[in-house]
Design a protein around this ligand. Structure first.
Ligand SMILES: Cc1ncc(COP(=O)(O)O)c(C=O)c1O
Length: 439
């Protein structure tokens, strides 16, 4: 008998939780990929978020203005292109817990990271080490490595990573101890706030404080954190942060990323920035000053004029977060992710041969909306789910990532995921390789 049939406790609870969900109507604002004429159950918003329906109209509006106004659109479009990025700042500021002058929508994540490292990684004397999160996303490691080499330093000496075991878990204490013992040798701590593989959420405030105590900079990669968990970067005193907008922020593949720079740096004209004309004070930009006059905000890290079409999509996606509210989303996220955890625990108990192991921390305070799961044959499970219209993703070497983004995921979707894993177990249990042979 199915654990998740229509009269099961799980199914009844899913119906009740959906009925009580104050954010349920947001689901209708998204376009879902289809499978057999039905929307997919989509658990890959931590990789690429879904398309807001309003994106099309937002693009059409800018295209129409471009057609009708030509160059005059810079000043006369409904949202003048000259200042278009400024219109997004208050909504980004809400998501990262900052003032609008501390955030800017620009470029892509890795480009922004290079801009931040140029300003904030300034090795001097023996203070030259960068501490990264172990098993960090490759782009962060490559960026850090290239800056170390750019300064003529040795990668193996300057890049420090804590050891990590199969649990993929890093304890805050271990990070704090390592920072303390590196002391004056530490120039920069750069870490992903939510780890892409394990889904672990770090204690940003404590790590930032520890970095500052030894005189180092603390910078954050929010790729998996922004739009996922509430943040208070200004109060936590982070020095910089960078992010992309195509994951939880649903702002299109390769959409515009962003950066946070704490106001104590953003307002400091003496801090070196790699400069371009769009970072110049907009009041004097078109007087074509000979030398760079940074606008006293995070905008001063902008290099080029902004890609308005991409920002138009980003704007409607951010507006959804503004209307939903990150705190309300977080409440739903904790409940929804907990529900995924419960169905996985039930499956693990009923079908031990599935080999289910939840890698992500069990405490909601140490995770966002992602559960990273090992199975005896995770690749086969992920492919089987996909073939049935349940989208999760696979990360080498053995992790299925399941991310119930609260803006558009229902409890009924979770039940569908559970039924699909159960169907896999019923069909292939004990011989997971059968699935591969039949495909
Ligand atoms: C943690 C993390 N850092 C960096 C990146 C790279 O982002 P981008 O390709 O937008 O530069 C990603 C992309 O998924 C990521 O997950």
């Amino acid at each position: 008998m199915s654990l998740f049939g229509p009269e099961s406790t799980f199914a009844r609870r899913a119906r009740q939780l959906d009925a009580d969900d104050a954010l349920a109507s947001f689901r209708d604002e998204f376009v879902f990929p289809q499978h057999d004429g039905k929307p997919c159950a989509y658990f890959a918003g931590n990789s690429l978020g879904l398309m807001p329906k309003a994106a099309r109209a937002a693009l059409d509006e800018v295209l129409a203005e471009w057609g009708q106004l030509g160059v005059e659109g810079h000043m006369q479009a409904r949202i003048p292109w000259y200042r278009y990025h400024e219109d997004l700042a208050p909504m980004l500021a809400e998501l990262v817990g900052a003032g609008p002058h501390e955030v800017v929508a620009m470029n892509s994540l890795t480009v922004n990271l290079h801009l931040m490292l140029a300003s904030f990684y300034r090795p001097q004397g023996k203070r030259r080490k960068i501490m990264l999160l172990p098993a960090e996303f490759p782009s962060d490691r490559y960026a850090a490595e290239s800056h170390v080499r750019w300064h003529g330093l040795d990668r193996d000496e300057c890049i420090v990573e804590l050891p990590i075991d199969d649990s993929l878990r890093v304890s805050t204490e271990a990070i704090l101890d390592a920072i303390e013992s590196l002391g004056e040798e530490l120039a920069l701590v750069h870490m992903s706030a939510v780890h892409y593989l394990s889904g672990q959420l770090l204690d940003i405030e404590a790590i930032t404080r520890a970095a500052h105590r030894v005189g180092a900079i603390a910078g954050w990669d929010l790729a998996h954190a922004i739009g996922n968990v509430p943040l208070r970067l200004h109060d936590w005193n982070a020095d910089y942060a960078v992010w992309c907008s195509y994951k939880y922020l649903n702002s299109s593949p390769g959409g515009v990323g962003g950066a946070f720079v704490h106001e104590r740096h953003a307002r400091n004209p003496a801090l070196l920035r790699l400069a371009g004309w769009w970072g110049n004070d907009p009041a004097t930009r078109f007087t074509m000053p000979q030398w760079f006059e940074p606008v006293p905000s995070a905008d001063s890290w902008q290099l080029s004029n902004a890609p308005v079409l991409a920002l138009a999509v980003h704007r409607v996606a951010l507006d959804q977060f503004h209307r939903a509210g990150i705190e309300r989303l977080r409440e739903k996220s904790i409940r929804l992710t907990g529900f995924v955890e419960e169905v996985l625990d039930a499956l693990a108990a009923a079908y031990p041969a599935l080999g289910i192991e939840i890698v992500t921390p069990r405490s909601p305070q140490e995770r966002g909306a992602q559960l990273s799961v090992r199975f005896a044959d995770g690749r086969a499970v992920q492919q089987y789910l996909l073939a049935g219209g349940v989208v999760t993703d696979w990360r080498e070497p053995n992790i299925v990532r399941i991310a119930p983004a609260p803006l558009y995921t229902s409890y009924a979707d979770v039940l569908r995921l559970a039924c699909a894993v159960e169907a896999f177990a019923e069909r292939f249990i004990g011989e997971p390789s059968t699935y591969e042979q039949q495909r």
